[in-house]
Design a protein around this ligand. Structure first.
Ligand code: AMP
Length: 332
């Protein structure tokens, strides 16, 4: 039997190249080897109080873009978290055995307290229990997440094991982080510092749905410097970032050509960025076409969401039925 994998993404808008190369391409490959549940974490996103319109739009974006990238709804289970109320029920049960002290010590909670001191709600505090519910509801054993999520997975194991001890059984398996692919790429942003991320500003990101004009404009504004000062010098971060992006989207000989120009101090950043923009446009082209096709197809999206919810609920209902019996909720 295939092992069960669960992965969620918070709907915060459109997917960018970082999401694509850092996560979604692996999901597409993984779905044939594992029993995959990919969900859109709209319950999690309520901690930031999105407007109903924004929330719905963001969820739709992720659904459309997951499909456009090649996640196959007949192969894996793709669903919207709020369509599966069993998740919220398990969250409640897990919260009964999650302690204030441990939740307050979570690094992500402490980060949020610093970032949004006027909105420290209980949902933020119990984020790890909701994440545990997402994973345990399908009794998943593998979760494709990065190092930053390791602590949340530890919480998931703690809560699962605590449940098992309390009710004297080994119902929940332990879930561990895993990398499907060895070459995990970190996609840099266009702003000269760090990774591609919405929190580094819109200009840092190339979205999968960006039009050629937008891509050209963003690249023309990408941060560079005054040019190399010596031959074969180490590239400063903004320049290295653009070369790293070129390595991801451009043919190898294009990269080699610009590497050589840089090393000979003959590079013209204008040409370099134009080429990078054109290669990104070529890369994005087919995905963008599929995004455009799917965006207007509400009937298909509804069908996919319903099919995903049904498959996810089948698995979730079984877990909740068994959990209720273990807790002692029985009919007379
Ligand atoms: P986020 O939208 O930042 O929560 O990210 C969703 C998924 O995309 C996570 O699995 C991240 O690891 C991945 N991701 C986001 N940004 C990048 C990036 N710049 N490089 C690689 N992976 C990324």
């Amino acid at each position: 039997m295939k092992e069960t994998v669960v992965s969620g993404i918070r709907p915060t808008g459109q997917l960018h190249l970082g999401n694509y190369f850092g996560a979604v391409t692996n999901f597409v490959k993984m779905q044939y080897d594992y029993n995959c549940f990919f969900f859109i974490a709209d319950l999690h996103s309520l901690t930031t109080h999105p407007t109903p319109q924004d929330l719905h739009g963001y969820v739709r974006h992720v659904l459309v873009e997951y499909l456009a990238c090649g996640i196959n709804p007949d192969e894996s289970t793709i669903y919207i978290q709020s369509d599966v109320p069993e998740v919220a029920e398990l969250y409640l049960y897990l919260n009964m055995n999650a302690y204030m002290g441990e939740l307050e010590r979570s690094t992500s909670f402490k980060d949020k307290v610093r970032a949004q001191p006027d909105n420290i709600n209980a949902g933020l505090l119990t984020y790890p229990t909701l994440m545990a519910a997402d994973i345990l509801i399908h009794k998943a054993v593998k979760v494709p997440v990065g190092k930053d999520q390791e602590q949340h997975l530890e919480f998931t194991r703690t809560f699962g094991n605590r449940f098992n001890r309390l009710y004297n059984n080994d119902y929940f398996p332990e879930a561990f982080a895993f990398n499907y692919s060895d070459n995990l790429v970190k996609v840099p942003g266009l702003d000269g510092k760090g990774k591609m991320s919405k929190s580094n500003g819109e200009g840092s990101c190339i979205y999968l749905a960006d039009s050629p004009e937008v891509i050209r404009k963003k690249l023309s504004r990408a941060v560079t410097d005054g040019g190399p000062l010596t031959e074969n010098q180490v590239k400063p971060e903004p320049i290295q970032n653009l070369f790293d992006l070129m390595k991801i989207v451009s043919p190898a000989d294009t990269l080699a050509h610009f590497e050589e120009l840089y090393n000979k101090m003959a590079i013209r950043y204008g040409d370099f960025k134009k080429q990078l923009a054109e290669d990104m446009i070529v890369f994005n082209g087919p995905i963008r076409e599929r995004i455009e096709g799917l965006s207007g197809d509400s009937d298909y999206l509804r069908k996919v969401a319903e099919q995903g919810a049904e498959k996810a609920r089948e698995s979730a209902r079984k877990t909740i039925r068994e959990v209720r019996a273990l807790i002692g909720f029985k009919s007379f």
